[in-house]
Ligand binder design. Structure first.
Ligand SMILES: [Zn+2]
Length: 97
């Protein structure tokens, strides 16, 4: 669907929740959001016939690369040796005098 602001063909269905979703449903209006300029607008359901209102599906390889882009997850499990022991250090200082 074309965006009325930037005319990019990147406006797709924007999910809404609560009473707004009901209102859109009753009025047969489709909420859309431009993925180019983030302009939010709504059009009649009839205007979406034959138009692309759903974003293209991301292939599996692209999805995995996106996940790796976030970076590796910090490891929660690991030896306690990596963490410095503040209590032990304080003891050492106390011993030194
Ligand atoms: Zn736009």
């Amino acid at each position: 669907m074309k965006c009325p602001v930037c005319w990019a063909d990147k406006a797709y269905v924007h999910p809404v929740n609560g009473w707004k979703a009901l209102l859109y449903h009753v009025l047969m209006i489709v909420p859309l959001k431009c993925h180019h300029c983030y302009h939010k607008f709504s059009v009649s359901w009839f205007a979406t016939i034959g138009k692309t209102v759903h974003p293209p599906k991301v292939s599996k390889s692209q999805a995995s690369s996106r996940r790796s882009f976030r970076g590796p997850r910090p490891r929660t499990s690991g030896g306690s040796s990596a963490k410095p022991n503040p209590a032990g250090r304080a003891k050492a200082y106390a011993r030194r005098g």
